[in-house]
Design a protein around this ligand. Structure first.
Ligand SMILES: [Zn+2]
Length: 323
């Protein structure tokens, strides 16, 4: 029996299946030459090509209807991987330019699409983009606060980790927290252990996107373990983008052994030619993860999910070993 999976770190545009984007481009008569390999997958060589291809693919995602259809395509892909619960990063900057009224329409389209698939539960984490700066982040936080509820349950930050400091965005995170949203931010993917320290101290997040570079700071590793701060680890993404040169040097297993709560996600899976099933296969291959570890990691994810207690109970029940 395969163990049900819970995914906490997935960018909705970054999860767009290539066939879906190709189909949409054809419908709209948009030329996406240079985006796909001959076998239909996204071209991928390095980070700068990833950004170019990602942006080109996003040009066909032009309105709420497209984002509704995108949600369906992404969730169907997740269901195939055995995912029963997923949290997706949704960015008002790409969905109506940070305008609350426009954002509401995009959000409803995604929520409606998700509600049609009973095999999987979805929640949205409204995400500001770090390199767009603190003012745009405030607009995103306002969208998040205005739509906080059953579907929008979290607020986070993605984007270029080398721009600005976590603390520059404290106002937005505070606004989101006041609206009852749970908090996560990308840190320690590129910005070193110190960016994880800043995230914990200045934004008071309960989860960290990636966070793997915390491994370079022993005291910080202990702090994360002691305070039960959960890492959304995306090993395939880290290896594809060269944060670590290969799976063997990835710190996920060392972090887990040292008591840090780790979970496993795919980030932007088709862009990195991965999926959640492959991630677990490779974790098994390189670190000897067997069913009990896979189950433990998914229980951690269920406990750390930004959802209501009834949903959490349901997830934990699904993860109980068959007796
Ligand atoms: Zn990410």
């Amino acid at each position: 029996m395969t163990i049900p999976k819970i995914e906490l770190h997935l960018h909705i545009e970054g999860a767009a299946p290539p066939a879906f984007i190709r189909g949409l481009a054809q419908e709209k008569g948009v030329n996406l030459t240079g985006v796909f390999n001959e076998d239909g997958s996204y071209k991928f060589e390095d980070f700068s090509q990833f950004l170019r291809v990602y942006e080109a693919a996003c040009t066909v995602l032009t309105g709420p209807e497209e984002f509704g259809r995108l949600t369906t395509a992404v969730l169907e892909q997740s269901i195939e991987q055995g995912v029963i619960y997923t949290e997706a990063f949704l960015s008002p900057d790409f969905c109506g330019g940070g305008d609350v009224g426009a954002w509401r329409e995009y959000m409803h389209a995604m929520q409606e699409a998700a509600a049609k698939l009973p095999e999987i539960e979805m929640r949205g984490i409204v995400t500001c983009i770090r390199h767009f700066g603190p003012d745009k982040a405030k607009a995103a936080a306002r969208c998040a606060a205005e739509t906080a509820g059953d579907f929008i349950t979290g607020f986070g930050m993605g984007g270029d980790e080398m721009q600005g400091k976590q603390g520059d965005f404290a106002y937005s995170f505070h606004m989101a927290r006041e609206a009852g949203l749970r908090l996560t931010t990308h840190a320690g993917e590129w910005g070193g252990a110190d960016s994880v320290r800043q995230a914990v101290r200045d934004l008071e997040v309960e989860r960290i996107g990636h966070g793997v570079q915390a491994i370079d700071d022993d005291a910080l590793v202990d702090h994360l373990a002691e305070h039960e701060i959960v890492l959304e680890v995306c090993p395939g993404s880290n290896v594809a983008l060269g944060v670590y040169s290969d799976w063997h040097s990835h710190p996920i297993e060392t972090l887990r052994e040292r008591g840090v709560l780790v979970t496993v996600s795919t980030d932007d899976p088709p862009f990195f030619h991965t999926n959640l099933g492959m991630e677990y296969d490779l974790l098994g291959h390189h670190f000897g993860w067997e069913d009990d570890t896979v189950r433990e990691v998914n229980v951690t994810a269920a406990k750390a999910a930004f959802c209501d207690d009834a949903t959490r109970e349901k997830l934990l029940k699904a993860l109980e070993p068959a007796s």
